[in-house]
Design a protein around this ligand. Structure first.
Ligand code: AMP
Ligand code: GLY
Length: 426
């Protein structure tokens, strides 16, 4: 098979690397890819959201299967466009992607499916939202822009003044453009967060081991929100019993409700969960692999990723054996550019990648990297996802940080406590 992976992050490097190991993968392309995918696959210089160019490439190069990484491509209908040309693709349709691209759609669907989530109200204008906030008790809320806002459209508030300020930014100043045309105001939940991802073809569900992301920039979950500074898998926060509950009470009813809403879901369903004292609740859905959660998951996956994704896209997940997972945990530490998640510079040469690659049970997934005259340089905020397996979470952590120590670029930094939370759940 000729396979095209769409995207350019650490997630896509992990997918392309694993896809390349499949006996059925003849050639693997990544559009647009990064310096890491250039060595594990073949890069194609087409942006992930340039649908006409991607469809043309897939047609002209007889691509058998396209695997879509980022939500931005799904949100503009890449899967529908490929399928209308008779080309096979992994990922949900544009309509089904609303589960991630519209918080209003997601919350209403959860309510109809009776899936536990924070209580909420939807507002179409700032005035109604302001009146609502002023009329209720001053308990903490979360204010969310309806649409995609690069992870910045969610404001967790301590009090009414912060909530009013968030409404102003989203719905009056329109800081996130049309994404702020509707607002969700919801009850603020407290607890620990986990990510549970499942493959589904709309009928069968294959729940993967639970992961934990580290969204804040600094140690101890402090500092600004980021795309994710590291992740590990499995997390002891989600016991087998809890994972089964998530499947039964959350994932299965969601897939059914999507079908009833005439938006059958095929692809990877990613539940962002909060484990509260009242039980587990959905914070959000994503309709793609998480980044960086994908990296430790893929590191642990044994067997053939192409077979899994292909069966999902074909609607025959029930026909294949569930995959085996390496019993060893995996930890992924993100190395970032100076200034991230704020402004940062690109083009810093990266050294030591070969030394890191020589360490056993380590894979360095590239995210924001590029090749400049044969040299790997930084080209993004999150630069690398240094991932390792170990006999325990602590051993995997140690091995990942040993690899990190081998890698150098000007301004490089990372969190030092990725996976430490796991120790507190035991
Ligand atoms: P979301 O994009 O909806 O997952 O929100 C991003 C982050 O905001 C989540 O990972 C949580 O840390 C936080 N968050 C979202 N909704 C809530 C909520 N209802 N209560 C507390 N924190 C939340
Ligand atoms: N790790 C968070 C996300 O992929 O959205």
């Amino acid at each position: 098979m000729k396979i095209l992976v769409v995207g350019n992050g650490g997630r896509e490097h992990a997918l392309a690397w694993k896809i390349g190991q499949s006996p059925s993968a003849e050639r693997v392309f990544v559009a647009p890819g990064n310096a890491g995918t250039a060595s594990d696959a073949e890069n194609v210089a087409i942006p992930a959201t340039d649908i006409p160019a991607l469809v043309k490439f897939a047609r002209q190069n007889q691509i058998d299967f396209t695997v879509v990484g980022p939500e931005a491509a799904l949100a503009v209908g890449i899967v529908d466009a490929l399928q209308s040309e008779g080309l096979k693709a992994f990922g949900p349709s544009r309509a089904a992607s609303d589960l991630e691209t519209s918080k209003v759609f997601c919350k209403n669907l959860l309510r109809h499916a009776d899936v536990p989530t924070a209580d909420y109200r939807v507002f179409r204008d700032a005035k109604a939202a302001i009146t609502f906030l002023k009329d209720r008790d001053d308990t903490p809320v979360v204010v969310k822009a309806d649409g995609l806002a690069a992870g910045k459209g969610v404001v967790v508030c301590d009090n009414r003044d912060q909530a009013l300020a968030a409404v102003e930014r989203i719905a009056v100043l329109k800081e996130f453009g049309d994404a702020g045309n509707q607002l969700v105001i919801e009850e603020r939940l407290h607890g620990q967060e986990a990510s549970v991802l499942a493959l589904t073809d709309g009928h069968t569900l294959l729940t993967m081991p639970a992961c934990q992301d580290h969204k804040r920039a600094h140690d101890g979950d402090t500092g600004p929100n980021t795309g994710g500074m590291g992740a590990y898998c499995p997390t002891p926060l989600v016991t087998d019993q809890l994972l089964q509950k998530v499947e039964e009470k959350i994932l299965v009813p969601t897939v059914h409700q999507m079908k009833r809403s005439r938006r059958p879901f095929r692809g990877v369903l990613y539940a962002g969960l909060m484990i509260t004292s009242q039980g587990v609740k959905v914070l959000e859905y994503n309709v793609r692999f998480g980044d960086p959660e994908c990296q430790p998951l893929i590191m642990r996956l044994k067997g053939d990723l192409v077979e899994l994704l292909d069966a999902t896209a074909d609607g025959r997940l029930d026909e294949i054996a569930p995959p085996e997972w390496d019993p060893r945990p995996a930890v992924c530490v993100v190395m970032a550019s100076e200034g991230y998640p704020g402004k940062f510079e690109r083009g810093q040469p990266i050294r030591g990648l070969d030394d890191a690659a020589k360490l056993p049970d380590v894979k360095v997934f590239h995210a924001g990297t590029a090749l400049r005259e044969g040299q790997v340089v930084t080209d993004g905020g999150r630069v690398l996802g240094v991932t390792a397996l170990g006999t325990s979470i602590s051993a995997a952590k140690l091995q990942a940080y040993t690899a990190v120590k081998n890698i150098r670029f000007s301004g490089a930094w990372c969190r030092k406590d990725i996976s430490d939370k796991a120790l507190s759940y035991k």
